[in-house]
Design a protein around this ligand. Structure first.
Ligand SMILES: [Zn+2]
Length: 240
């Protein structure tokens, strides 16, 4: 079995340039070392931003059909451009949703609870930004609340919002952690994602079953290896 394991650390070692730059001026070119908060806190698409019309989007699909050698006017394909654009509306609805809003409704009481909360096996499907092909798998998210506790379904919703955009797995992992960090201000966040990339399993090297792992740790999870390994062993424990 081919298993590709990639572990990404949340922060660069001390003294790296990415840590000394003023965070206010971060921009997309420097992702994902540091993320622009507008990426993980706001809807990605402003309502006033000009976009191509639906007819233009369908025409683009028509062109692609022609490009691959198809006859877009044959019966089976007549409605395909419309269906593809509708599918895109669904697969990419995360651009219109606001991650911070999902986390905003919190409960103010931890009732003395001082351990981390772990939600395991959140299934998701996303689309890779390099090939616009699906990658899918499971996210595992833990955070240690200080004051603000969020409804458990909200972390699944948060994962979906980011997953329903063009992504790299590294980015998806980092954005989920950053949003929880920023909005809930917990003592720490741990996010691990395991996923299979169809751009790798059905094209390119065509390796089925290869799983890519990414992780991101902040706060106490970053600083305390014991907490990190406790998180990892709970994620990997066989009681599924
Ligand atoms: Zn890809």
């Amino acid at each position: 079995m081919d298993t590709l394991i990639k572990t990404l650390r949340a922060n660069k070692p001390e003294g790296k340039p990415s840590e000394t730059r003023p965070s206010e001026t971060k921009l997309a070119a420097e992702r994902p070392a540091e993320l622009d908060p507008s990426e993980f806190l706001a809807a990605a698409v402003r309502p006033d931003r000009p976009r191509p019309s639906r007819a233009e989007a369908e025409a683009a699909v028509y062109t692609l059909l022609n490009y691959i050698g198809e006859d877009p006017t044959r019966e089976g394909l007549i409605d395909t451009p419309r269906r593809v654009v509708e599918a895109y509306d669904e697969l990419f609805q995360g651009y219109h949703q606001c991650p911070a809003e999902v986390l905003d409704r919190t409960f103010g009481e931890t009732a003395g609870y001082d351990d981390f909360v772990l939600i395991r096996d959140i299934e998701f499907t996303s689309q890779c930004e390099h090939h616009m092909m699906p990658f899918y798998g499971r996210a595992h998210i833990a955070y240690t609340p200080v004051e603000r506790v969020v409804g458990l379904s909200k972390l699944a919703r948060l994962t979906d919002i980011f997953a329903r955009r063009l992504q790299t797995q590294e980015h998806l992992t980092a954005q989920i952690a950053a949003a929880i960090d920023e909005v809930l201000k917990p003592r720490g966040v741990a996010v691990m994602i395991e996923a299979e990339h169809t751009c790798m399993s059905v094209r390119g090297v065509a390796k089925h079953g290869a799983v890519t792992f990414t992780s991101r740790f902040t706060g106490m999870f970053r600083d305390n290896p014991a907490e990190q390994s406790r998180f990892l062993s709970m994620v990997r424990s066989p009681q599924r």
